[in-house]
Design a protein around this ligand. Structure first.
Ligand SMILES: Nc1ncnc2c1ncn2[C@@H]1O[C@H](COP(=O)(O)OP(=O)(O)O)[C@@H](O)[C@H]1O
Ligand SMILES: [Mg+2]
Length: 639
């Protein structure tokens, strides 16, 4: 019942349940009359007996009627104090998401009207705000609410479960919860999930990622905590629906797939940009990073010139230990192309003479003096320039690049991130572009990486790869966007992944049909990894924002700001007393006045965000809905 604009329409939800008392009264009356009837049955005439029976019947009917009316009130009262979890089986979830008999590629839907399940809940409106403020003004034990015995018993029975959920049960229970769906195209707006640890972020992502699989999307999940339930739920879904599931997991290297993050590039500069972007924030000036970029760029073109595929391991080797060997390889190949396979027999002697018996110095001098002007070659020009660059300076300028390369190539990442194609190995090699073209689910668990920094760098590299692919999907004029597969990227504990590339991926995702979901505990978490401006940009770039219980006041305030202000009822009571001894010793006046007015308040009281029970959330969606939701836990399918 809305109370807006009508000061006389008072909500009656949390009142004493008179119906219950009346029902009990009628029942007691029926009981007494039955007793009297049985006691004096033999002495009564037939007519009197019928009258008594009719009266007992009337009492019973009146009692039943009052119980019937009391039931919703009792239910509402108990819901003030009781909450619990919701569970859903994978089969039920498939049913809700209308998967039907679709399997494999048949799941892909290009229909933007397709909807998937969001959970149970309701749209939060002014009526809920009003009720929330009323209840908020009660004392902690809510002693204003008079609970009949059965309600007290029911609440007591459910106390352990309610305690387990934490928070205040009534917030979700003041609305009429229904099954809620969301149009799939809302997710293009990207999604931010915030919430304290253990309040349900991963559980929510688990259900949403299963929904994405049901839509036939490619799913890439970056999971720093390696949540087994999440991985198993996606794998079970893939198995059931005939989709490939890939698991990248350095701590189980023997069964992990290998990812090739440098496979997809259009220009040599892209590899250099991708790796140097991980060295430091590309949006800020950094001469060390620029130098590293150039060193990487050179090494990439050398590799390509000598016919070797640039991988992280190879780049590291040529950047650190085998620089000179690579220069030699480049110049030797050049000479071979110029003079034929027996080039050393033809010019070897002259080269050694020029280099005073140092082969590499000789090759450089030979190229510079005799070949450079007639038959220039970019790779050789760069090799000679790099050769002449003072080594100490090179080492100093690449101080941040070399540890990064070492991190990303230390076992087992050497095998898992720098795979060699065509080797006789059972390990499956995937790259993000092929995955996006052919479909499937990739779960990336980085929990086992010894230091958080390596894990962070790895995620940044993968994000940079995805950003590169997004760019080429976006620019590919041959492909009709309508027939591109949708890609859903999930980043749990995403503050580790926050980097400029992630922001650019958020910014251009939609055009490339990429939808991202990033979960973090609080907004200041994001700000501390980058800056407040970046955190605000993330909020701005994510049209959907879902928060479970969050105690951080900044996050609370920013979420509450999404709800428009509401006029909330405010009752003012004034008592006055006056005695006057000037005119007359017993002159006394007194009064009481009561006013019901409205005052503008926040649509969702921010402090309530810190009082949400586990697995309940407040959300704002791209389609404009502001909702209060309960997240169902996706169960494992019974064997
Ligand atoms: N299958 C399940 N059965 C019972 N409780 C569960 C199940 N899955 C999750 N939960 C509950 O959900 C809570 C939230 O977990 P989680 O989603 O991992 O939180 P977060 O990712 O926010 O840290 C857990 O504390 C746990 O109590
Ligand atoms: Mg989690």
């Amino acid at each position: 019942m809305s109370t807006i604009g009508n000061a006389h329409a008072r909500t009656s939800l949390y009142r004493t349940c008179y119906e219950w008392n009346a029902a009990l009264g009628w029942l007691v009356a029926a009981f007494i009359m039955t007793g009297m009837l049985s006691h004096s049955w033999s002495g009564l005439s037939q007519d009197a007996r019928w009258i008594y029976i009719a009266l007992v019947g009337y009492c019973l009917i009146a009692s039943a009627r009052n119980f019937w009316q009391a039931y919703p009130v009792l239910k509402a009262l108990s819901r003030m104090f009781v909450t619990g979890m919701l569970f859903i089986t994978p089969t039920e979830l498939r049913l809700r998401n209308m998967v039907g008999k679709k399997r494999g590629d048949k799941l892909i839907t290009y229909d933007e009207d397709q909807e998937i399940m969001l959970g149970y809940g309701f749209e939060w409106g002014p009526e809920h705000t009003n009720m929330a403020y009323q209840i908020n003004n009660m004392d902690t034990r809510r002693s204003q609410i008079v609970m009949p015995l059965p309600v007290r018993w029911y609440v007591q029975q459910h106390l352990p479960e309610t305690r387990k959920m934490g928070g205040l049960p009534w917030i979700y229970n003041i609305g009429k919860a229904e099954l809620q769906y969301i149009r799939a195209d809302n997710w293009y707006g990207h999604t931010l999930i915030t919430g304290n640890v253990g309040t349900g972020k991963t559980t929510l992502i688990r259900m949403l990622s299963c929904g994405a699989i049901h839509l036939g999307n490619v799913v890439i999940a970056v999971d720093p905590k390696n949540d087994k339930d999440w991985r198993d739920a996606m794998k079970a879904e893939c198995d059931a629906l005939g989709l490939p599931f890939y698991s990248f997991h350095p701590s189980h290297a023997s069964t992990s797939v290998a990812i090739d993050p440098l496979r997809n590039f259009n220009r040599d500069t892209e590899i250099a940009s991708r790796i140097s972007g991980v060295v430091s924030d590309p949006s800020k000036a950094d001469p060390f990073r620029d130098f590293s970029w150039y060193a990487l760029y050179r090494t990439t073109i050398f590799c390509r010139y000598v016919g070797e595929r640039p991988t992280l391991v190879r780049l590291k080797k040529y950047l650190i230990t085998q620089r000179a060997a690579l220069f030699d390889k480049v110049l030797s190949r050049y000479m071979m192309l110029q003079f034929g396979a027996d080039w050393w027999n033809q010019i070897g002697e002259e080269v050694l003479k020029l280099g005073e018996n140092d082969r590499l110095t000789g090759l450089v001098l030979f190229y510079e003096t005799q070949m450079m002007h007639r038959h220039p070659e970019e790779a050789c020009d760069e090799a000679c320039a790099a050769f002449r660059h003072p080594y100490e300076h090179y080492q100093k300028m690449t101080t941040s690049l070399l540890p990064l390369m070492s991190n990303l190539t230390a076992a087992p990442l050497d095998e898992l991130l720098s795979p060699e194609y065509g080797l006789d190995s059972d390990r499956q090699i995937i790259d993000l572009k092929s995955l996006m073209d052919t479909g499937g689910v990739l779960h990336i668990a980085i929990d086992s990486l010894s230091d958080a920094q390596t894990a962070q760098k790895l995620v940044q590299l993968i994000v940079a790869d995805a950003a590169g692919i997004a760019g080429s999907r976006y620019n590919n004029e041959d492909q009709d966007p309508a027939t591109m597969r949708r890609v859903s990227l999930y980043f749990d504990e995403s503050h580790a992944a926050l980097c400029e590339q992630l922001l650019s991926l958020l910014a251009q995702g939609r055009a490339a049909k990429l939808e991202m979901t990033i979960a973090t505990q609080t907004i200041p978490d994001l700000a501390s990894k980058a800056s407040e401006a970046v955190a605000d940009r993330v909020i701005g770039l994510c049209n959907n924002w879902i928060t479970t219980r969050v105690s951080d006041p900044i996050t609370q305030a920013k979420m509450a700001a999404n709800f428009s202000k509401v006029d909330v009822e405010q009752r003012t009571v004034m008592h006055s007393q006056r005695t006057d001894t000037v005119d007359n010793i017993d002159k006394f006046s007194g009064g009481i006045s009561e006013n019901l007015g409205t005052v503008e308040k926040e649509g969702f009281p921010p402090n309530l965000l810190g009082d949400l029970p586990k697995l309940q959330c407040v959300a704002r969606f791209a389609d404009g809905r502001k909702m209060m939701l309960k997240i169902p836990v996706v169960l494992r399918e019974a064997a």
